[in-house]
Design a protein around this ligand. Structure first.
Ligand code: BES
Ligand code: ZN
Length: 596
């Protein structure tokens, strides 16, 4: 098995197979407290197990039968946390660790009632992807070390808990002022997919296998926006094969959730920024659902294989867009993706090592590798395969790949081996140039995708505006929010002046848009034009949203000018306490602040 540069574990000697959690959520101190009991599979003659931890306060380490075990916590490595080495006395195959998390655990965000939709109850959630799970559970935090898990979680009433697992029947009755929720995940998953959220959470079924969870204040809107979950699930099964996780529920998070979505099994977490009112941003769900196969069922074995998770997922996501919302939208996304990829490769440099699909994050935070490269160059690879062998052959192979490697973690080498052995003839393999695709930096070896007629129209509209055309003459009435977003994206490369923007606003009512995908590039254009009148709208946006994808480019835009920098710093001072710890850390670097 490939060794994982982002974990201290030595799974060839002893590996965790099951995690049993018994935790209490303490909102006052902002800690989780309790025990993690780990079941182990241990090689003959091996007498210790190495675990990953970060910032945990250890109370005791025992063998589950009451016998204390000798445990050594190594000094903290800034990137990987502290290795915990436990001596397995007397052939023990179980280690029980009693611990408390740190209030600064990067996996946890604790929200005050004011940061929630209902404003009355606190909220907490975990984000394990990529290497944060170790800051709330001591275990072997490597995507190649799959575990099943069960959990008993106590919260103060009237809060509810959800996890990336099945709610267990026979949940013990509420005790005292607290409530206890029990869960079980019987499929072996990588530790980054163990997830929990607790708050004032309610749910509504939208299909036989699908429900929407959200704070009561949001539930109506969320259920309306996400009414098509079951339809998306059916479409995904038609492409990928049977859904192996039972239910596909989603939880709409508070605004500080740092991503568009996170594919936690059985309970995808979604940013509330997708609630545009018109179901136009539900495509994020197609992405997270695609991970149910690409990523969750068949998982990247190390974070150097991250493109396997995201590239395959984006390819499937676009296929679902085509099946559900039509070819025009799918082509727009694909063409736009190609353009964005070319721009990113341009910014990073054609020979930059991180533009490779199989890159090397050893010694660095895997978060540094989260650029559009693994997503879009990865998807381009699958489009190239489709162009080469045809959709029917690729689909058959892809379903077989998911089937053969279900509940396994795989490396890029294993993919190559199977592509060469199962999908591609010798000549096809040579023609494709696998090693160039996977290991050469720069843009994808294939040419541009088929063009998108819609994107061409939007480009033409942008050029017309830049040439001084009156926005009223744009045929914009039928534009979807996606189309408007891409039109604004085109304008960003050569932004019109203040007057042009204000005319655009009169015609398209952009400042009034409730769609974050539209508003984000629109406010960037305003910042580029140094529009004093837009300052308060920009500031409000930075305070309302927590999604890194929107915040980073806008802060970057502001910081780039003397006009914008003071606004950026002012907004950041006010908004920083509300941002997720991971977003805070990355924006601290951007803003030139010392993290802390
Ligand atoms: N798994 C990712 C989110 C993620 C990436 C978390 C890297 C931690 C590290 C998720 O599936 C994702 O890619 N989300 C995108 C969705 C979009 C591409 C539709 C996002 O949040 O923008
Ligand atoms: Zn993803």
């Amino acid at each position: 098995m490939a060794s994982d540069p982002h974990s201290h574990a030595r799974p060839a000697e002893a590996r965790v197979t099951h995690v049993s959690l018994d935790l209490e959520l303490d909102f006052e101190r902002r800690v989780l407290r309790g025990t993690a009991a780990l079941d182990l599979s241990v090689k003959e003659g091996v007498e210790e197990v190495v675990l990953d931890t970060r910032g945990l306060e250890l109370r005791s380490v025992s063998d589950g039968a009451g016998g204390e075990l000798e445990a050594t916590l190594a000094e903290e490595d800034a990137l990987l946390g502290s290795a915990l080495t436990v001596r397995l006395r007397g052939g023990s195959r179980r280690v029980v660790i009693e611990y408390v998390t740190s209030p600064d655990a990067p996996a946890l965000q604790w929200l005050d009632p004011a940061q929630t939709a209902g404003k009355r109850h606190p909220f907490v959630f975990t984000q394990g992807h990529a290497i944060q799970t170790r800051s709330w559970i001591p275990l072997q935090d490597s995507p190649a070390i799959r575990v099943t898990y069960d959990a008993r979680i106590s919260v103060p009433a009237p809060l509810a808990v959800v996890m990336s697992a099945e709610r267990a029947l026979g949940t013990p009755p509420s005790s005292g002022t607290g409530r206890v929720f029990a869960f079980r995940m019987n499929e072996a998953i990588p530790p980054y997919l163990i997830a929990l959220a607790a708050g004032d959470i309610a749910s509504r079924d939208v299909g036989p296998r699908t429900a929407v969870f959200a704070e009561p204040a949001l539930l109506e809107r969320a259920a309306h926006e996400l009414a098509e979950l079951e339809v998306i699930l059916d479409a995904a099964e038609a492409v990928c094969g049977p859904y192996r996780w039972g239910r596909f529920d989603v939880l709409v998070m508070p605004p500080s959730f740092p991503y568009g979505g996170m594919e936690n099994p059985r309970m995808t977490f979604l940013s509330p920024s997708i609630l545009a009112g018109d179901r136009s941003l539900v495509t994020v769900v197609a992405h997270e659902l695609a991970h149910a196969w690409a990523g969750n069922l068949v998982t990247n074995a190390t974070w150097n294989d991250f493109w396997l998770n995201e590239g395959t997922t984006v390819y499937v996501e676009l296929r679902l867009n085509e099946a559900l919302w039509g070819l025009e939208r799918a082509e727009l996304l694909r063409s736009w993706g190609h353009r964005e990829l070319a721009a990113e490769v341009g910014r990073m440099g054609e020979s930059a090592p991180d533009t490779r699909l199989r890159y090397d994050m050893t010694g660095r935070d895997p978060a540094e590798g989260v650029t559009v490269i693994p997503y879009l160059k990865g998807a381009a690879f699958f489009w190239a395969l489709e162009d080469l062998v045809g959709r029917e052959r690729l689909d058959r192979w892809l379903r077989g790949w998911f089937e053969r490697h279900a509940f396994e973690s795989v490396t890029t080498d294993e993919l190559v081996f199977e592509l060469e052995g199962e999908l591609l003839g010798k000549e096809e393999a040579t023609g494709l140039g696998l090693s160039r695709w996977l290991d050469a930096p720069g843009p994808p070896p294939s040419g541009p995708p088929p063009s998108s007629a819609l994107l061409e129209r939007l480009d033409a509209a942008a050029s017309a505006i830049l040439a001084g055309a009156d926005p009223a003459e744009l045929d914009a009435a039928g534009w979807s929010p996606q189309a408007t977003r891409h039109f604004l994206g085109s304008l960003l490369s050569k932004p019109p002046g203040l007057e042009g923007l204000s005319r655009l606003d009169e015609v398209l009512a952009l400042s009034l848009s409730q769609n974050a995908e539209v508003l984000a590039p629109w406010l960037r254009l305003q910042a580029r034009a140094h529009n004093d009148a837009a300052c308060s709208r920009i500031e409000a946006f930075l305070l309302e949203h927590g999604r890194s994808k929107y915040l980073r480019p806008l802060y970057q835009e502001l910081l780039a000018s003397e006009w914008g920098a003071p606004l950026a710093h002012r907004a950041y001072s006010a908004a920083r306490p509300t941002y997720h710890p991971l977003v805070r850390a990355s924006l601290d670097r951007l803003m030139g602040r010392v993290p802390g």
